[in-house]
Design a protein around this ligand. Structure first.
Ligand code: ARG
Length: 439
């Protein structure tokens, strides 16, 4: 069932037909394809290229196809080259000869370009909404767990923070991710419909009308660019890659924190799995899968960048390879955002253990040095002295605040009774991150 048999004498080889067909994956675009066709046919009638009755018949046919697909009455399968051929062929069999007029002043090149942009815009909005859901859960988790925990550099205990402050770092990453996706929507918001194959059409069409019907800001400026631009897909997969990188870092934290070595959190049974051999095991599979799928989305990005890098203007069939990677990236990141949201909404934070880790980690050493500086010592000297105190504490199995004033004074005569309140964890938090917290 081909749309282009006229100039061919011989049939296509079955091997080539299968190789060429994109229906199995571009069927995802059925709604965008039908909506694009509806806007197109309305424009054709408005411009006097089709009669109003013809437009109405075609619209009726397209509406019934859309309805049947959505109701599950019509399966998108069979011997069709792609979703565009599927819709058009079925339209003709439903409404008869008039259906053949749909493709006037249009090519599959601008058709697929507009379908994909419509799909990208819709999914980009889903992404923003789904990120917002995750952000809400992050805020709640932080509010409910405003407990002290160690902050790390080099994965070594560094300074004291709170769980809330820690997790809100990821809220902020998602805030930037949303801005990036919004900006991608803004850039892609131009309609390629009406560019036709590459050089427009001699019919007097109205591209602003179709752009407006489909909710785009304006039509694209250049036809050749319009049909062969896939920047919007690459940009969105790029944004997805950054989102995945953030989710992957968070996953890594959750995996570490749920290990007995850290024991800071408990991931709920609903987001864990067991081992087939070791009965005691509870594995953080959800987090590991998110971390693993990050590579897959990066792969999608590199794949599409590579597909596009060497093709001359305008449309080339290479570009059919955009879809599976694009769909995969979007489906993957949406699924990962949802799983992360579920996992965080059921997560338990073990505040006692995070506090214990703070106490064992000399997390007030920097503040102890600041104390000496406040008493007039140069920071370098203070740094060295506190370093010596840490060695002493390690030998004694003690924290800095466990030392008596007498012991402290052996290291510096500047120590006085107020050292204990100065290096108290709550107090250091109040003087440090808490005064900066805006959220
Ligand atoms: N299935 C094609 C694609 O996804 C549709 C465009 C076909 N255009 C063409 N000139 N053969 O790229």
């Amino acid at each position: 069932m081909k749309l282009w048999g006229g100039r061919f004498k011989e049939g296509e080889s079955k091997l080539m037909e299968d190789f060429n067909s994109s229906l199995s994956f571009d069927k995802k675009l059925y709604k965008q394809d039908i909506n694009g066709s509806m806007a197109h046919v309305k424009m054709l009638a408005k411009c006097g290229i089709l009669k109003v009755e013809e437009k109405d018949q075609i619209l009726k046919g397209l509406t019934s196809i859309l309805g049947d697909i959505e109701a599950g009455k019509m399966k998108i399968e069979g011997d069709y080259e792609d979703i565009h051929s599927f819709v058009e062929t079925n339209l003709i069999s439903r409404v008869g000869e008039v259906g053949k007029k749909l493709h006037t002043a249009r090519s599959r090149n601008d058709q697929v370009a507009v379908d994909l942009r419509l799909y990208a815009k819709e999914k980009a909005m889903d992404l923003i909404e789904t990120m917002e859901e995750l952000q809400k859960v992050i805020v709640k988790l932080g509010e409910e767990n405003n407990v002290i925990m160690p902050g790390y550099t080099h994965l070594q205990r560094a300074q004291v923070v709170t769980f809330k402050y820690y997790i809100m770092a990821y809220y902020n990453m998602l805030e930037r991710d949303k801005k990036r996706v919004k900006s991608a929507i803004e850039i892609m918001d131009e309609s390629p419909l009406g560019c036709c194959a590459l050089a427009g059409t001699t019919y007097n069409t109205d591209r602003s009308f179709t752009a407006n019907e489909l909710g785009f800001k304006k039509p694209v400026d250049n036809f050749m660019d319009g049909v062969s631009d896939r920047d919007f897909a690459i940009e969105l997969i790029g944004d997805c890659s950054i989102i995945m990188m953030h989710l992957s870092r968070l996953s890594e934290e959750l995996i570490l924190w749920s290990s007995k070595e850290f024991d800071f959190i408990q991931i709920s049974d609903a987001y864990s799995t067991g081992s087939s051999i070791m009965p005691q095991k509870k594995n953080p599979d959800a987090a590991e899968l998110i971390r693993g799928k990050t590579g897959r989305v990066y792969g999608d990005l590199v794949s599409l960048l590579t597909t596009m890098k060497g093709i001359p203007l305008a449309y080339n069939k290479d570009m059919q390879e955009d879809k599976e990677r694009f769909f995969d990236a979007l489906d993957t990141v949406l699924a990962c955002l949802k799983v992360m949201t579920g996992m965080l909404s059921t997560l338990k934070v073990k505040g006692k253990n995070t506090l214990k880790a703070v106490k064992k980690g000399f997390l007030n050493a920097t503040e102890a040095a600041d104390y000496l500086v406040n008493k007039g010592m140069a920071f370098r000297d203070a740094h060295r002295i506190i370093g010596e105190i840490v060695i002493y504490c390690e030998e004694q199995g003690k924290a800095i605040e466990d030392l008596t004033l007498e012991q402290l004074k052996k290291f510096s005569s500047l120590f006085a009774e107020d050292i204990y309140s100065f290096i108290d964890y709550e107090n250091t938090l109040n003087r440090g991150i808490k005064k900066e917290i805006k959220q």
